[in-house]
Design a protein around this ligand. Structure first.
Ligand code: HEM
Length: 372
């Protein structure tokens, strides 16, 4: 096991506990990077001004720098520090926070969920992107196309992608851009979310890239949240009955699952200046793997951290990050996942008919289901 394999391992949590027992922040010789695993170290790294989201020498990964996906990547707030992050963030965050759970639930209910594993796959991956597309004023048909293009585009974010997948990602980025150019030129004032963003953002290129970013940030992480909640129900069958009797409990389940078994297990930071963090001396060029999922299980952060407790008092979690880049889509993601799980439980039969494996990834923990 290593901290990257852990993300898609069947049970990485004892390994994370062993890492925490050794040190909160230590250098992993095999991977050649620092690993932050305690709640204290994770919080310190995410808050540190010299820990950036991209290495200074490579703001856009070399593998995509020459194509359209690279152009979009270079403008994403998620992939920038300084003005290029603050400006789009301050334009987009208020609109995301305005979205209410009932609007989201109505959008999720409007989509059909079929009973097969394929139906589940679509509900997990395509459904959430369709909801965000609808909130941005796209039609359901456009939403379906956008979710397919998003699936192709996110390949550019993973170092595991093949050259052919990267080519497809460039083409998808260009298509997504085209859809947003048309959406903006319609000027129909149909979407309160889009209107709120437009009022606050003048840079057209950064706007287009960060609108694409809303779809790409939604795609895998929300699928993983829904999938990991389904796994929690499969592993704890008594909870399924409880959810069906009292659907309001579904949001309690999701709030605990996002902490207990997060879809985003880790993120990275790149050191830009000499600094001391949690007793370690770091130098420019150092890379830190930030184990969000391990910090969530740190007894310093949550009592009895390995137990799934739906009514957990004072729950604390790093799943949505912390500090400057903390996820602005957290409430929306939880609303989409709650509404989707509720639909799945209404429409699907026995969950124990499902087998699963985790989708290959360096940081995402996303189960892919199939029929046994
Ligand atoms: C369960 C679902 C989700 C999870 C677990 C998640 C997690 C995260 C995490 C950990 C970060 C920070 C990464 C870092 O600091 O290195 C982040 C950033 C971000 N997320 Fe989410 N996210 C989810 C869903 C969403 C959704 C639905 C949206 C929008 C519609 C969204 C939009 C964003 C954006 C725009 C950023 C970049 C913020 C910035 O850099 O200032 N996320 N997310």
């Amino acid at each position: 096991m290593d901290p990257i394999i852990a993300a898609t391992h069947s049970d990485p949590y004892p390994y994370y506990a062993a890492l925490r027992a050794e040190s909160g922040l230590s250098f992993h010789q095999g991977l050649g990077l620092w690993v932050a695993c305690s709640a204290h170290a994770v919080a310190a790294v995410l808050a540190h001004p010299d820990c950036k989201v991209r290495p200074a020498h490579e703001p856009v990964p070399k593998a995509i720098a020459q194509g359209y996906a690279g152009k979009v990547f270079g403008q994403l707030m998620r992939m920038n520090d300084g003005e290029r992050q603050r400006c789009p963030r301050s334009a987009i965050q208020p609109g995301l926070e305005m979205i209410d759970a009932e609007t989201v639930s109505a959008l999720v209910r409007a989509r059909l969920i079929s009973l097969s594993a394929d139906g589940l796959h679509k509900a997990m991956f395509m459904g959430p992107v369709c909801v965000v597309a609808a909130l941005l004023g796209f039609t359901p048909t456009e939403g379906r196309t956008l979710s397919e293009l998003t699936a192709d585009f996110v390949a550019c974010l993973s170092p595991l992608s093949s050259p052919a997948q990267l080519d497809t990602a460039h083409a998808a980025a260009e298509h997504l851009n085209g859809y947003f150019v048309e959406r903006l030129s319609a000027g129909d004032h149909q979407s309160p979310l889009l209107e709120s963003i437009l009022q606050r953002m003048a840079d057209h290129e950064a706007l287009l890239a960060n609108l694409i970013g809303l779809l790409s940030q939604t795609y895998e992480a929300t699928a993983g949240l829904i999938g990991n909640a389904l796994l929690a129900l499969i592993r704890n069958p008594h909870l399924k009955g409880e959810m069906q009797r009292a659907p309001a409990r579904i949001s309690d389940l999701l709030t605990e699952v996002q902490r207990h078994d997060p879809s985003v297990q880790n993120t990275r930071r790149f050191v830009s200046a000499p600094c001391e963090i949690d007793g370690a001396s770091l130098k420019p060029g150092d890379v830190i793997l930030v184990l969000l999922a391990s910090a969530n299980r740190d007894p310093q952060l949550n009592d009895n951290p390995d137990t799934l407790i739906l009514d957990r008092p004072a729950r604390r979690s790093f799943t949505f990050g912390a500090g400057r880049h903390q996820c602005p889509g957290q409430t929306l993601a939880l609303s989409i996942a709650s509404a989707t799980l509720s639909e799945i439980l209404t429409h699907t039969g026995a969950l124990d008919q499902l087998a699963w494996e985790y989708r290959p990834s360096l940081n995402g923990r996303i189960p892919l289901f199939r029929e046994r």
